[in-house]
Design a protein around this ligand. Structure first.
Ligand code: KG4
Length: 326
């Protein structure tokens, strides 16, 4: 069978990324230009600045991805672009660039959902992984439990009713003056701490989540007692978050009888949360390689490949959808 090369393009937030993936699983190149150093001056992503930087970087990043893959633009079978969810101005840069490439090269355009991309990061890391499975999506903008029935067939079983889990990490870190992005900072500090501070958990009958209560509790605690040991607070925060996530996964295993569990999204890089999931009994747990947890275009090319072979091709009227759902 002929090899299929998908060029992935990702610009939904503050990473300008392009990648070539062969047959959905083999990464030939994975270029990520991160704007973290620019946005950390402001304590978070400034959408307008993100869009401007994407414009400056997109062409070079894409050309480099094709060059490093050792192929030519002619060899590309399809162009997969993130078209949502994300920041609208940021999305429009990668999408417009991808549409122009698709038109100029006469190659199919595959509009790709960023959340599907995070799930697909696991197909790259684990060659044996196939649907069906339960995915715990934990990123900066989304927290969901997803029944992945097939490569392009999803059912959301539960989702956050307020903050995304990564958002809670970032807000807590900001209050503690740890800098942006907060997740990795909390991860580092927590390694030297004790989980000795009780924090609240919100439970629902169904598989929904809430992270605003725990976020507010940490913020209040830090305000009332600025001398609180930061490492202990970080570890206690991570422990409570891990418990909330694991409890919901156990409920979803009971509900679906599926015990293949897949972690996805930036927070799945958290070392404590990874360890806690490894302890899950009677389940097979998969997690993405650390460099594929946060935003990248290899995951978009992989998800794009599965949409492409399923015949899910977009036309050039495709627009950015900041609140795109699965
Ligand atoms: O998946 P992602 O790159 O962006 C979205 O698609 O939303 O996730 C970014 C989020 C940020 O909130 C960041 O703080 C968090 O992932 N994150 C982490 C870690 N690395 C990144 N959170 C906890 N521990 C980490 N090691």
């Amino acid at each position: 069978m002929k090899d299929i090369f998908v060029l992935g393009i990702e610009s939904s937030c503050d990473e300008t990324a392009a990648s070539v993936v062969k047959n959905g699983r083999e990464v030939l190149s994975n270029i990520v230009n991160s704007q973290i150093d620019i946005h950390k001056l402001y304590g978070g992503v400034v959408p307008e600045i993100a869009s401007r930087n994407h414009i400056q970087n997109i062409s070079e990043v894409t050309k480099l991805a094709v060059k490093e893959a050792n192929i030519t633009f002619e060899d590309v079978d399809a162009v997969a672009c993130t078209y949502g969810p994300g920041l609208v101005g940021a999305l429009l840069v990668g999408l417009s660039y991808g549409k122009a490439l698709s038109f100029a090269m006469n190659k199919p355009l595959v509009g790709t959902n960023h959340i599907e991309g995070h799930i697909a990061a696991n197909y790259i890391t684990h060659s044996d992984l196939k649907p069906p499975f339960i995915c715990v999506m934990m990123s900066g903008g989304n927290t969901q439990i997803i029944h992945v029935k097939d490569y392009t067939d999803f059912e959301v079983l539960g989702k956050t009713r307020d903050d995304a889990v990564g958002e809670a990490f970032d807000k807590v870190a900001r209050i503690m003056d740890l800098g942006y992005p907060g997740g990795p900072k909390i991860d580092e500090l927590g390694k030297n701490g004790q989980a000795n501070i009780e924090l609240p958990k919100t439970h629902f009958e169904n598989l929904d989540f809430s992270f605003s209560g725990i976020k507010t509790a940490v913020i209040n605690l830090h305000h009332k007692n600025p001398d609180v040991n930061k490492s202990d607070l970080c570890k206690s925060f991570e422990k409570t978050i891990a418990e909330i996530l694991v409890e919901n996964v156990k409920k979803s295993i009971e509900k679906t009888n599926i015990n293949t569990i897949v972690l996805a999204g930036g927070v799945s890089a958290n070392s404590y949360i990874r360890e806690e999931f490894m302890k899950l009994e009677n389940a097979k747990v998969y997690m993405p390689d650390l460099k594929l947890c946060t935003d990248n275009a290899a995951m978009i090319a992989s998800a794009g490949y599965y949409n492409y072979i399923a015949g899910k091709i977009s036309d050039l009227t495709l627009n950015a959808k900041p609140d795109l759902k699965l």
